[in-house]
Design a protein around this ligand. Structure first.
Ligand SMILES: Nc1ncnc2c1ncn2[C@@H]1O[C@H](COP(=O)(O)OP(=O)(O)OP(=O)(O)O)[C@@H](O)[C@H]1O
Ligand SMILES: Nc1nc2c(ncn2[C@@H]2O[C@H](COP(=O)(O)O)[C@@H](O)[C@H]2O)c(=O)[nH]1
Length: 204
């Protein structure tokens, strides 16, 4: 039987740079994760494509997915639903591939319950001022939404201790290197836990 892949969860406050770091990671040749595209009821931003950035759903469609247990986790975040399709995650892990989720904190804590063996990484901003500066500079949210996201961000930042690792996103490439190093170390740890010595001793 094929060994299951690793579930990697990258989480952190809005605007910290999760999407930027994820896109950089996936553009690098030595990255071998599969990205799980989330479902959301948020309206697409300019340039966002259905089925690439998100699966965009109506509230009714999303609530139906919840009632059918089609989501590994879901959360209502600043007025919209966001969730992870369970079938894709299960199928991909069972094929032995690592799955990468980029989700907010309430959802990450739900995944922690369902997959305690997952790898949980919190991406932190250098400071609250820099976080606000990044959301404002991105230019995708109204002032009211930015304030709401900043309010939630303060609650999320105090949850960083619930994660296995905290990576500061001061520099995107540096953050990517750290995440890749963490994933590699986690694979080595799992191989050590598995009865690997038997395989080595068998050869003689
Ligand atoms: N290390 C960094 N230094 C400076 N700016 C950054 C850095 N990382 C990301 N940014 C910028 O910060 C803004 C927010 O980044 P991004 O959209 O990736 O955040 P996010 O955490 O995915 O946000 P959300 O959770 O709202 O989707 C973008 O304009 C991005 O270019
Ligand atoms: N719990 C979940 N959170 C998710 C998921 N997909 C994205 N997100 C997070 O929501 C916020 C807002 O995203 P935005 O695209 O509107 O800026 C952000 O923290 C995302 O990481 C998900 O499937 N589940």
């Amino acid at each position: 039987m094929k060994e299951r892949g690793l579930l990697i969860v990258l989480s952190g406050p809005s605007g910290v740079g999760k999407g930027t770091v994820r896109k950089e990671l996936f553009s690098q040749e030595d990255t071998a994760f599969e990205y799980s595209i989330s479902m959301t009821t948020r309206k697409p931003r300019e340039g966002e494509v259905d089925g690439i950035d998100y699966f965009f759903k109506s509230r009714e469609e999303f609530e139906k997915l919840i009632s059918q247990n089609k989501l590994l986790e879901w959360a209502e975040y600043v007025g919209n639903y966001y969730g992870t399709p369970v079938d894709y995650v299960e199928k991909t892990l069972s094929e032995g591939k690592d799955v990468f989720l980029e989700i907010e904190v309430q959802g990450a804590l739900q995944v922690r319950n369902a997959f305690p063996e997952g790898l949980f990484i919190f991406l932190s901003p250098p400071s609250l001022n820099e976080l606000k500066n990044r959301i404002v500079t991105r230019g995708t949210e109204t002032e009211e939404l930015i304030n709401n996201r900043m309010k939630v961000a303060k609650e999320e930042i105090v949850m960083m201790d619930a994660y296995d690792y905290v990576v500061e996103n001061e520099n995107v490439l540096f953050a990517c290197d750290r995440i890749k190093a963490i994933v590699t170390a986690e694979h080595c740890r799992r191989e050590r836990v598995a009865p690997r010595y038997k395989k080595i001793l068998e050869v003689e």
